[in-house]
Design a protein around this ligand. Structure first.
Ligand code: C5P
Length: 296
């Protein structure tokens, strides 16, 4: 039996970094939302002789097929936690741009955990699955639960917020070379002197708008600490952002550590024109909608 799980892209409506931790990670404050742009992850078990065997197929040749792929790590971690040996075949249909600040790799890892838990008859609780996810990457627990969430510290313990209305209109656009997340964090360390005297932005107004289901007002409270320093290294980010605004976006901001940019629209015509305009520039763009929390 094979199970297909949608691995949804995430955007950060708010992303602030507040401290450099002793473990090399950073403390952050973030509000994340899943969007309908997704990879499709199909997982199937097969009998393996002796040791576990994990096979990955992906339609995008740039994706690694070995331990460097979070889906591979996820399958290994799941089998070890369950103390079982098995063959696991994972097929990934890649639609989320890679190294783009959209948590595409984390989403594939999360989808693999969700699929394996179903295939093995739900041996793990949601909490345990998220704990396993956190050991693979900070965004993985959020990519398991999806919807909208607030998170602090390493960003790996999302607390649910009401998901934005499903009819809200977003465009996700992405051009140029991918951004390495560690490089983006080191740009911040330089700019903010390792956050020794940094005061984080308040998220109250953004969270109020989310609780009021008000996607229009959210536009005034978007924030991403990475946007300015990463944009200085990737001219394409400002080009894409300006084009989205020129096409009528109510707001546009870089997601995660970039270089993807998301924009909020109130007209489908404008959103589709923006997708066409960015496509003509040779970059990726698509309309997307908020995705609510996964039902387990
Ligand atoms: O957790 P993930 O593997 O996605 O993180 C990739 C890199 O991003 C980490 O190796 C670290 O350099 C940086 N990071 C961080 N603080 C976080 C999350 C990620 O410094 N809270």
């Amino acid at each position: 039996m094979a199970i297909e799980i949608q691995a949804y892209a995430k955007i950060n409506l708010h992303l602030d970094v507040t401290a450099l931790r002793e473990d090399g990670y950073h403390d952050l404050i973030t509000v994340m939302q899943s969007l309908s742009l997704c990879d499709k992850v199909t997982v199937e078990l097969f009998e393996a002789v002796g040791e576990s065997e994990i096979l990955i197929e992906c339609d995008d040749k740039r994706a690694p097929l070995d331990e460097r792929n979070i889906a591979h790590k996820a399958a290994r971690a799941f089998l070890e936690a369950l103390d079982r040996k098995s063959g696991v075949k994972i097929k990934i249909q890649k639609n989320i741009p890679m190294s783009a600040g959209l948590a595409g790799g984390s989403a594939d890892g999360a989808a693999t955990l969700v699929a394996l838990n179903k295939l093995f008859g739900e041996p793990f609780s949601l909490n345990k699955l998220c704990e396993l996810g956190a050991s693979l990457g900070a965004d993985v627990p959020f990519c398991i639960v999806c919807g909208c969430a607030y998170s602090e510290e390493r960003g790996d313990k999302p607390r649910a917020l009401p998901s934005l209305p499903e009819e809200s209109l977003f465009v996700i656009a992405c051009g140029g070379e991918g951004v390495s997340t560690p490089m983006a964090y080191s740009l911040l360390d330089e700019k903010y002197d390792s956050f020794l005297n940094y005061s984080p932005r308040n998220t109250d107004k953004l969270i109020d708008c989310i609780k009021k289901n008000n996607c229009a007002e959210i536009c005034e409270h978007l924030f991403n600490i990475f946007e300015e320093p990463v944009s200085q290294h990737r001219e394409v980010i400002s080009i894409v952002r300006n084009e989205l605004l020129r096409c009528g976006a109510k707001a546009a901001m870089m997601s995660g550590s970039g270089p993807s940019v998301f924009a909020i629209f109130d007209s489908l015509d404008n959103a589709e024109s923006a997708v066409a305009a960015i496509g003509k520039m040779g970059y990726f763009a698509t309309v997307a909608h908020p995705v609510p929390r996964r039902i387990f």
